[in-house]
Design a protein around this ligand. Structure first.
Ligand code: AMP
Length: 522
C-alpha cells in the first residue's frame, strides 16, 4: 500500500507533508519552495499552469489566473462573501446551474472543485517526485468552520485529482496534532488560525495522548485577503480623489494593486512604514499616471480596526463553549500567515492574556499535522487518539421556519443522532424534509444542505404518523441523512424506505469522473 500524504490546501499557499518514521516532514516542490502558491492559470493554449509559474504571470494574464478559490468552494454566487470576491477579483465569477459560484475562463465555466483539483494534483506530484512512488491517498485539511457542502466539495476536488481523501481534517486540529506529538504533557491549547481567507479558533485538551477538541468557532469570511482589500481600497480611493479615476475597474491595474497591497501588508509586519510605488498604473489626457505613496503601520492598523475586532467574538464563544476561561489555557498556537501581523498577535495576547508559542512555523504546521493524522490512520502512530467536534448545529426545518437541532454544535464526531417528527395534517401521505446546518434559530438563515421527500406514509390523523430522521456525521464532518416511518398502528411499526439527501450544491459523480479523466490527460 502506498503512503498517505498530508495536504494543507490553503487559500493562498498549499503545503504537503509525509510521515518520516514518526516525524512529519514537509516536502519541497519542484521549484525548491516548501509551500506552493494556491494559484491556477490557463495560458493562451488553454493549458493549466499551477503554483509559482502561475503567480509569475498573474499580472500579464489577470483574467485567466485564479487565486483564493477556497473562498468560492461550496458556496453560492448569492453568498455575501462571494460577492466580496467578485468586487475585487480580476477573474470572472459566474453562477452554475444550481447557483454555485464557478469561474469563467475564456467562456468555459470551471468549478472551484476542478480548480482546487489542479492544486491538489500539483501537491500529489510534489510528493510522488520525493517519494519515488505513486501517491493515491491523502488527508486534506479544511478550516474547522467549513460546512458539509464545503467539505464534500473539497473531497470531490481530491477525487478529480486522482486522490482518495482518507480524511478531512480541521486545520486548527492539525496544528495541535503537529505541536502535540512533541509536547505530550497534559495541557489545554488554543489554536488561533488566521489564514488568507478564513479565521478558526479551537480549544483542545491533550490528556495522555488523547487530543480532544473541546470547542471550535470561526469566521469563514475573515482572512488576509480582507486586509489586502482594505489596503486596495485605501490606495484606490486616494488615487480616485487625486485623479478622478477608479483603478478597481481596470483588471490589470487591480491585479497590480492587489500585489502591492499584500506586499505592503507583509512588509509592515516587520517595518513601521513602507513605500508603494506603481508607475504607469493608468493614464488620462495629461499622460501616464503613477501611484506613489508611503504607508505607515499605524495607518494600516487603523484602517483594519474593524477586521481586527472581528477576531474577538469567535474566541470568546469558543472559550465559553469549552467551559473555559482564558486563564485555563496553557498554550496559544498561532497558525496561518496573517498571524505574523503584530496587531493580530496583540489581539491574541489581549484575548488569551498570554504570549503565543514560539518556534511554530505557521505556514507548515497544518500540513505537518495532516501527515501526523495520516500516521494515526495508517496505524504508524498508535499512541495518539483524536476526538474532534462539529462546529455547527445540524437539523431540519420545522413549522415557523424554526431549526429543530438534531446534532448540536461542538458534539464529538463521529456521531449518530435521531429525532422523531409527527405529521402536521390529517391523512398526510408524504413529508418533505429540509436539512440545514448553522447556528441561527431561524432555519433559512442557515446553510441549506438539501431536501428529501419521504412518501407512501400510512394515512392517519394529524400527529399520528411519525417519521424518524437520523443524521450520521462521520469523522470528516460529512453528513448522511436517512428517514423512516416509525408510526405504530395497524400492523404495528412499519418502516418506509430510507432516502438519501439530495444535495442542493456540488458536482454529480459523473461530473467528477469526467473532470478526473480530463485532468489525467494533461
Ligand atoms: P495562509 O493561508 O496561512 O497561507 O496565509 C496567507 C495569508 O497570510 C495571506 O493573506 C498573506 O498575505 C498573509 N501573510 C503571509 N506572511 C505575512 C506577514 N509576514 N505579515 C502579514 N501577513 C502575512
Amino acid at each position: 500500500m502506498g503512503r498517505i500524504v498530508g495536504i494543507d490546501l490553503g487559500t493562498t499557499n498549499s503545503c504537503v507533508a509525509v510521515l518520516d518514521g514518526d516525524e512529519p516532514l514537509v516536502i519541497h516542490n519542484q521549484e525548491g519552495g516548501r509551500t506552493t502558491p494556491s494559484m491556477v492559470s490557463w495560458n493562451a493554449e488553454g493549458e493549466a499552469v499551477v503554483g509559482a509559474s502561475s503567480k509569475r504571470q498573474m499580472v500579464t494574464n489577470p483574467k485567466r489566473t485564479v487565486f483564493g478559490v477556497k473562498r468560492l468552494i461550496g458556496r453560492k454566487v448569492s453568498d455575501p462573501s462571494v460577492q466580496a470576491v467578485i468586487r475585487t477579483s480580476p477573474y470572472r465569477v459566474v453562477a452554475a446551474r444550481n447557483g454555485d459560484a464557478w469561474v469563467d475562463i475564456d467562456g468555459t465555466a470551471r468549478s472551484p472543485q476542478e480548480i482546487s483539483a489542479h492544486i491538489l494534483a500539483k501537491m500529489k506530484k510534489v510528493a510522488e517526485d520525493y517519494l519515488g512512488e505513486p501517491v493515491t491517498e491523502a488527508v486534506v485539511t479544511v478550516p474547522a468552520y467549513f460546512d458539509d457542502v464545503q467539505r464534500q466539495a473539497t473531497k470531490d476536488a481530491g477525487a478529480i485529482a486522482g486522490l482518495t481523501v482518507r480524511g478531512i481534517l480541521n486545520e486548527p486540529t492539525a496544528a495541535a496534532l503537529a505541536y502535540g506529538v512533541h509536547h505530550q504533557h497534559n495541557q489545554r491549547l488554543a489554536v488561533f488560525d488566521l489564514g488568507g481567507g478564513t479565521f478558526d479558533i479551537s480549544i483542545l485538551a491533550i490528556e495522555n495522548g488523547v487530543f480532544e477538541v473541546l470547542a471550535t468557532h470561526g469566521d469563514t469570511t475573515l482572512g488576509g485577503d480582507d486586509f489586502d482589500r482594505v489596503i486596495i481600497d485605501l490606495l484606490a480611493d486616494g488615487f480616485a480623489a487625486q485623479h478622478g479615476l477608479d483603478l478597481r475597474v481596470d483588471t490589470v491595474a487591480l491585479q497590480r494593486l492587489k500585489e502591492a497591497a499584500e506586499r505592503a501588508k507583509i512588509e509592515l509586519s516587520s517595518a513601521m512604514s513602507t513605500d508603494i510605488n506603481l508607475p504607469f498604473l493608468a493614464a488620462n489626457s495629461g499622460g501616464p499616471l503613477h501611484l506613489t505613496r508611503e504607508l505607515q503601520r499605524g495607518e494600516l492598523e487603523r484602517a483594519c480596526r474593524e477586521l481586527l475586532e472581528r477576531l474577538d467574538a469567535p474566541c470568546r464563544q469558543a472559550l465559553s463553549d469549552a467551559h473555559c476561561t482564558a486563564a485555563d489555557i496553557d498554550q496559544v498556537l498561532l497558525v496561518g500567515g496573517m498571524t505574523r501581523m503584530p496587531a493580530v498577535q496583540e489581539r491574541a495576547l489581549a484575548i488569551f492574556k498570554k504570549a503565543p508559542s514560539k518556534g511554530v512555523n505557521p505556514d507548515e504546521i497544518v500540513a505537518m499535522g495532516a501527515a501526523v493524522h495520516s500516521g494515526v490512520m495508517g496505524g504508524e502512530l498508535q499512541e495518539v487518539v483524536l476526538l474532534d467536534v462539529t462546529p455547527h448545529n445540524m437539523g431540519v426545518k420545522v413549522t415557523g421556519d424554526r431549526m429543530s437541532v438534531i446534532i448540536p454544535a461542538n458534539t464529538s464526531i463521529p456521531v449518530r443522532a435521531k429525532k422523531v417528527f409527527a405529521t402536521t395534517e390529517d391523512r398526510q401521505t408524504f413529508v418533505a424534509i429540509e436539512v440545514f446546518q448553522g447556528n441561527h434559530d431561524g432555519a433559512s438563515k442557515n446553510r441549506r444542505l438539501g431536501r428529501f421527500v419521504l412518501g407512501d406514509l400510512r394515512p392517519a390523523p394529524r400527529g399520528a404518523a411519525k417519521v424518524e430522521v437520523s443524521f450520521t456525521l462521520d469523522a470528516n464532518g460529512i453528513l448522511e441523512v436517512t428517514a423512516e416511518e416509525v408510526s405504530a398502528g395497524e400492523g404495528g411499526p412499519r418502516k418506509a424506505a430510507s432516502v438519501q439527501l439530495e444535495a442542493s450544491s456540488g458536482l454529480t459523480a459523473d461530473e467528477i469522473s469526467a473532470l478526473g479523466k480530463q485532468l489525467l490527460l494533461r
